[in-house]
Design a protein around this ligand. Structure first.
Ligand SMILES: Nc1ncnc2c1ncn2[C@@H]1O[C@H](COP(=O)(O)OP(=O)(O)OP(=O)(O)O)[C@@H](O)[C@H]1O
Length: 304
């Protein structure tokens, strides 16, 4: 079953298409990384799913039910753009107001719980306007967690966070997903961070979904390679081409995509009188995969 499924979802603003015929499939229990360039339609899609915008066409189903179903909606937590908070109220007061609005039983206990989850217990007396950007983002996540939602829709929740703030949000999301089975639909431009947690990906371009796949399928498309820097890369390339078929110039060095090991490449270069300055075994990461998919969009990339 899909936690979120859209069928031919479309939205335009004053005749300009923002989301175009979108068929999205977010499996239950997944952490679905939703990526795309600025203006590709990620926020619009998330707003449509959360009922903050009305589609021009298409359908949205949440856990098999129409997205307007109130029971399903009550199991959703949302952070879209910046958290809606009162600047002169404290972190505690803002969360309490939200908990009361949501009609949560034992709101105090629930606020204590979510503050703990995002590691903000010590900041509960701080006014919202005095919070750092990182604290505000984490408060937004805490708001989204009120009432123990089964589905979280998060728009750029790690934007503006420092490394520690990112780690806290990342660990929070992974724990919610692995321990409580919460489905997380998350957009982010910080691909390195997203790749640490996502189980599925959807790539959006100009309002259209150009790729959708589980992380394992993306890993299969991302290839292993040996990266080597030498004292003479052009000669190293010539020498290596007598033994290896797929060699690429990249980052002041050479990549060898053939199935081999660093030690074999180093040994072969050494035998041929070429000094190796740096050698490592690597894999194409999400950022590079994304750049390549975007640049060859429309083509079927069998090897990325
Ligand atoms: N309320 C609106 N009125 C008019 N145009 C809008 C509105 N909201 C979004 N758009 C347009 O729709 C397109 C998609 O915007 P959207 O914010 O969904 O993209 P995005 O992928 O979330 O971008 P970003 O990564 O910069 O947040 C853009 O061209 C944007 O200008």
């Amino acid at each position: 079953m899909y936690a979120i499924e859209t069928e031919k979802l479309s939205k335009s603003f004053r005749g300009i298409s923002a989301v175009d015929d979108l068929d999205l499939h977010v499996p239950e229990g997944s952490i679905y990384g939703f990526i795309g360039e600025n203006g590709s339609g990620k926020s619009t899609t998330q707003k449509l799913i959360c009922g903050l915008l009305v589609p021009n066409a298409g359908d949205i189903r949440l856990c098999g039910k129409h997205y307007t179903d109130s029971e399903i909606r009550s199991r959703m937590g949302v952070l879209i753009e910046s958290p809606g908070c009162f600047p002169n109220s404290t972190v505690w007061q803002n969360l309490m107001m939200q908990a009361l609005n949501l009609g949560i039983e034992n709101p105090k206990d629930e606020v204590v719980r979510v503050l703990k989850v995002v590691s903000m217990t010590g900041a509960s007396a701080r006014k919202f306007k005095e919070c750092s950007l990182g604290m505000k983002q984490r408060l937004g996540v805490a708001q989204a967690l009120l009432g123990r939602p089964r589905l979280l829709v998060l728009d750029e929740p790690i934007n503006g966070l420092d490394a520690d703030g990112m780690r806290i949000v990342r660990e929070t999301l992974v724990n919610l997903n692995s321990q409580e089975g919460v489905t997380i639909f998350i957009s982010s431009h910080i691909l390195g961070e997203l790749s640490k947690i996502a189980t599925h990906y959807g790539i959006l371009k100009d309002g259209k979904l150009i790729r959708e796949m589980p992380e394992s399928a993306m890993s299969d498309e991302c290839r292993d390679f040996v990266f080597v820097k030498t004292n003479d890369n052009p000669r190293a390339r010539l020498v290596l081409s007598t033994k290896y078929r797929e060699i690429e110039d990249k980052d002041d060095g050479l990549r060898i995509y053939d199935e081999t090991e660093s030690a074999n490449v180093a040994g072969f270069l050494f035998e041929n009188g070429i000094a190796v300055g740096e050698i490592s075994f690597n894999r194409v990461g999400l950022e590079e995969y994304y750049v390549r998919v975007m640049s060859r969009q429309g083509e079927e990339a069998s090897h990325v």
